[in-house]
Design a protein around this ligand. Structure first.
Ligand code: MN
Length: 165
């Protein structure tokens, strides 16, 4: 799952973690949002799913208002160690620029299947419709991530704050 992450980076040049896929023992999966000042400022929203950080780049940042639907472009899975990464990615390297923590915490999957049973996060990503509850400092309550049908490479999603929590 981390192949794309590793091929994009030269770990002799960047201080980002080379990382590996691993499971954490805690009951609640973690999330982080990293503010990333690269060629264009964006916010990387990362959700722990099956031992890696599933990732989306949100140019305008996560919405805090249900009226704002924010573009979230799916990017490559990142290793769990990336969840604590802050600092400088060298200029000229992939994603060169400054990374700082914007928010972190845990989240809870709340996406139900038609039969009322919880859908796995992996299945929800595959189906292009995630529903989770954030327990962060800035991100709180229920959010949806919905893949939009009109994107050619199917990498475009919308991140939406839901009214009902
Ligand atoms: Mn980024």
């Amino acid at each position: 799952m981390l192949k794309e992450y590793k091929t994009k980076r030269d770990f002799k040049k960047t201080s980002e973690p080379a990382g590996s896929s691993r499971k954490r023992s805690s009951a609640q999966p973690m999330f982080v949002v990293q503010e990333h000042h690269s060629s264009h400022l964006h916010y990387d929203v990362r959700l722990e799913i099956d031992g890696v950080l599933a990732s989306w780049a949100v140019p305008k940042g996560p919405p805090l208002d249900p009226a704002d639907k924010r573009l979230a472009v799916k990017t490559e899975d990142h290793p769990m160690e990336y969840g604590t990464f802050e600092g400088e990615i060298p200029k000229g390297e992939y994603g060169g620029g400054t990374v700082s923590m914007w928010d972190k915490g845990t989240y809870e999957n709340s996406k139900l299947k038609k039969d009322g049973i919880l859908m796995s996060m992996k299945s929800a990503v595959k189906a292009g419709h995630i529903e989770i509850i954030f327990f962060g400092k800035k991100l709180k309550g229920k959010y949806a991530f919905i893949r939009t049908a009109f994107s050619g490479e199917k990498k475009n999603w919308l991140m939406i704050k839901m009214k009902i929590t």
